[in-house]
Write a protein that binds this ligand. Structure first.
Ligand SMILES: C[S@@+](CC[C@H](N)C(=O)[O-])C[C@H]1O[C@@H](n2cnc3c(N)ncnc32)[C@H](O)[C@@H]1O
Length: 313
C-alpha cells in the first residue's frame, strides 16, 4: 500500500465532505462526520503508517507535512472557487488556511507516528478543524449567500469557452493579432492560448487555476507584473472584466483594486496595441482620455453586453 497516496485520498475525501455538506451553510457539525471507511484506514493501518513515518528522517518528515498542507489548501481553494468563481482568496486568508491545516495535519501525523489514533479522537479532531475552517470561510463575503440560502443553493461556477467562440465574440481577426499577446484569466485549460500557439503566435496565458507551462503562468492577476509598453495585444474573455464588473456593482466590492489594475493593464500596452475584452465596463470606459485611447464597442447579440477593443494611440 502506498501510504502517501492514502493520505492524499483522506484529504480529498475530507474536502469532498466539506463541499457536499456545505460547510458554510450547515450549522450542525454532527452531520459533518467522516465515513467509517476513511476513519478506519488510520486504525486498520496503524502499524504501516507508523513504520512509514519512522523511516523518514526529520527533513522528509517536515517535507511530508508541508506537502500535504499545500495540497490540502490548494484543493480547498479549488473547491471553493468551483462553488463561486468570484471568490478571491488573498494572501492573508491563504496564510490563515495554511495555519489551520498545518495544525490539523501535524497533530494527525504525530498521532500516527505514536500509533495512538482512536476513532473518537479523530472524529473530534475533524469536527474541530471544520469548525475553525468555517469561521475563516465565513469571512469571504462571496460565500455569504450560503448562510441564508438552502443547503443546496446554486453554485456560481466558472465556464471555459472554445478559442473560436472567444475570438468570434470579441471580433478578433487572427491575421491582425500581433504578438506578444497575453490572455488574462485564460482558464484552467487555456483553450485560446493553445490554439494561438499552434498558429505560431507569441502568447502567454495567466490564470490562478492553470498549470505552469511553456505558455502559461499560474498566478493571480493581482500578483502579475504586466510591465509597461510591453504587449501588442491583451485579451481577456469573461475573466478580468467580469470580476471587475462584479466588484463595481457589489456593496463593499474591491473595485479600487480593480480600477488600479485596469489602468496598469492599459499602461502595459505598446503604442498601437489593443486590449480586447468582454464583458464591457461602461462605468470606466467613458472616462478614458480620448487623446490616449480609442474605445470600440461591439454588441453581443441577445446577451445585453458588449465586447470592447481599446487601442493605445
Ligand atoms: C469564466 S473563466 C474564463 C476562462 C477563459 N478566458 C475562457 O473564456 O474560456 C474565468 C477565469 O478567470 C480566472 N480568475 C479568476 N480570478 C482570477 C485571479 N484573481 N487571477 C487570475 N485568474 C483569475 C479563473 O480561474 C477562470 O479560469
Amino acid at each position: 500500500m502506498d501510504i502517501k497516496i492514502q493520505l492524499y485520498h483522506f484529504i480529498d475525501q475530507l474536502n469532498l465532505i466539506n463541499h457536499n455538506f456545505n460547510l458554510l451553510y450547515n450549522d450542525d457539525c454532527e452531520s459533518l462526520l467522516l465515513e467509517d471507511s476513511i476513519v478506519n484506514f488510520f486504525v486498520d493501518y496503524k502499524t504501516e503508517l507508523s513504520d512509514f513515518l519512522k523511516d523518514l528522517n526529520n527533513d522528509r518528515y517536515s517535507e511530508l507535512i508541508d506537502q500535504i498542507v499545500i495540497y490540502s489548501v490548494d484543493d480547498l481553494i479549488k473547491t471553493i472557487t468551483r462553488i463561486n468563481q468570484f471568490v478571491d482568496i488573498d494572501h492573508t486568508l491563504k496564510a490563515k488556511l495554511y495555519h489551520i491545516y498545518y495544525q490539523f495535519i501535524s497533530i494527525l501525523i504525530e498521532k500516527m507516528f505514536a500509533r495512538t489514533i482512536h476513532i473518537d479522537w479523530l472524529t473530534h479532531q475533524v469536527k474541530q478543524h471544520q469548525a475553525e475552517l468555517k469561521v475563516i470561510l465565513q469571512e469571504i463575503d462571496e460565500l455569504a449567500i450560503y448562510r441564508n440560502e438552502p443547503q443546496n443553493s446554486e453554485d456560481v461556477p466558472c465556464f471555459q469557452y472554445s478559442a473560436k467562440l472567444q475570438l468570434g465574440l470579441m471580433g478578433i481577426d487572427i491575421k491582425s493579432l500581433n504578438g506578444p499577446v497575453i490572455d488574462i484569466g485564460c482558464g484552467e485549460y487555456a483553450y485560446l492560448v493553445n490554439y494561438l500557439v499552434k498558429l505560431g503566435k507569441d502568447i502567454v496565458g495567466i490564470d490562478r487555476s492553470v498549470s505552469n507551462g511553456p505558455h502559461t503562468i499560474n498566478t493571480s492577476w493581482f500578483d502579475f507584473d504586466f510591465g509597461e509598453d510591453k504587449w501588442s495585444s491583451i485579451i481577456s474573455h469573461q475573466s478580468f472584466t467580469n470580476h471587475f464588473k462584479r466588484q463595481h456593482y457589489k456593496t463593499n466590492g474591491s473595485y479600487i483594486e480593480y480600477i488600479k489594475l485596469y489602468l496598469n493593464i492599459l499602461k502595459s500596452l505598446k503604442p498601437k496595441g489593443s486590449f480586447y475584452y468582454t464583458p464591457d465596463l461602461p462605468f470606466i470606459e467613458q472616462f478614458l482620455d480620448s487623446d490616449k485611447y480609442k474605445v470600440e464597442r461591439l454588441p453581443i447579440e441577445n446577451l445585453g453586453f458588449y465586447s470592447v477593443k481599446i487601442t493605445k494611440l
